[in-house]
Design a protein around this ligand. Structure first.
Ligand code: F6P
Length: 353
């Protein structure tokens, strides 16, 4: 009887997920003779036994589709009542012999814990935020920065015409990769990332300098997770601007709104007409770039190889141009933030660079 291998996608969706699914299913069936089964809605599907067959036929035409054909959720079975027991029951009931979990650090953390309890899990790192440790890149990020870059490119002309400041809020909870790379590629004048708490006074000074230098408009790119430095205490980590106080199953608050707060402050303090744009989920939607399709495909092929070789408790990763294997523990242990040498690229306005 063919070995049965499950695949699930957890956390926020991102372009390239379907490339991973397609490649893993393809090689799993064609080369290894596995029976492939999709677990729907992330870890929620494993606790509730929500499955869908994955055949060559139903993955063949998904190479250019954004999102995930398996649906996703932010369910953490370790936080649900009897969640882990239910997930274990489903794994056994389905007679799975391996499970590929595609997700960000939260999904990978669950995969690691599940592995420690004796289940055959393998991870694949995804997220538009590019903040998973132990890999140089996650797929989804390249698509997101290209969308963000195009947004910034477009905002230059309208900002210049109206002689305005435009504040663009981009995704990035703890890591400023999207804002840093899209900000530089899209010619932003000021780039603010979560790794460096900022003071509004310094942003205002910089904007005035830009205007006095003869440029009559400015573009500010800011990460949703950027923190306003608390002036009273220099060592403080700063504070987030929140959409509301609700937390998801992994304990994350909903971020959002820093762009508007900052735009209002800039207009009040400088008198320059200022507008804010929140790019939001547009960064996660639509078809993946060639880079993300290629990386997703390489990750999918490598993940099914790990399953076939019985190398459970591991994750596929990109190091330089090579696909390598790293332990899930390494991926789950911390968030990959922007290092100091790249932080320095954001400019001289920040007191903590
Ligand atoms: O997947 C990561 C991410 O895009 C973050 O950048 C952002 O904070 C979050 O997801 C938004 O999540 P949701 O889709 O639940 O609003």
């Amino acid at each position: 009887m063919a070995k049965k291998i499950g695949i699930l996608t957890g956390g926020g969706d991102c372009p390239g997920l379907n490339s991973v699914i397609r490649a893993a299913v393809w090689k799993g069936i064609e080369e290894y003779g596995f029976e492939m089964v999709g677990i729907r809605r992330g870890w929620k599907g494993l606790t509730e036994n929500l499955t869908t067959p994955l055949t060559l036929d139903n993955v063949t035409s998904i190479w250019n589709q954004g999102g995930t054909i398996l649906n996703t959720s932010r369910t953490n079975p370790y936080k649900e009542e009897n969640g882990v027991e239910k997930a274990k029951d489903t794994y056994k009931k389905l007679k799975l012999e391996g499970l590929i979990a595609i997700g960000g650090d939260d999904t990978l953390m669950v995969a690691y814990n599940f592995f420690k309890e004796g289940f055959n899990t393998v991870g694949v790192p995804k997220t538009i935020d590019n903040d998973v440790a132990a890999t140089d890149y996650t797929f989804g990020f390249d698509t997101a920065i290209n969308i963000a870059m195009e947004t910034l490119d477009r905002l230059h002309t309208t900002a210049a015409s109206h002689e305005r400041v435009m504040v663009v809020e981009l995704m990035g909870r703890h890591a400023g990769w999207i804002t840093l790379e899209a900000g530089i590629a899209g010619g932003a004048d000021i780039i603010i990332i979560p790794e460096t708490p900022f003071e509004i006074d310094n942003i205002v000074k910089r904007l005035k300098k830009i205007r006095e230098g003869g440029k009559n408009y400015a573009i500010v790119a800011v990460s949703e997770g950027a923190k306003i430095s608390t002036v009273e205490d220099e060592d403080e980590d700063g504070s987030f601007v929140l959409k509301d106080l609700k937390k998801d199953a992994f304990g994350h608050v909903k971020l959002g709104g820093i762009g508007k707060v900052l735009a209002d402050e800039i207009e009040d303090r400088t008198g320059y007409e200022t507008r804010s744009v929140q790019l939001g989920h547009i960064q996660r939607g639509g078809p993946p770039t060639a880079f993300d399709r290629f990386l997703g495909t390489r990750f999918g092929l490598a993940a099914i190889d790990l399953v076939a070789e019985g190398k459970f408790g591991n994750m596929t990763a990109l190091k330089g141009n090579q696909i390598v294997t790293v332990s899930l523990e390494k991926a789950a242990e911390k968030t990959r933030t922007v290092p100091d040498n790249l932080k320095a690229l954001t400019g001289f306005f920040s007191p903590k660079i």
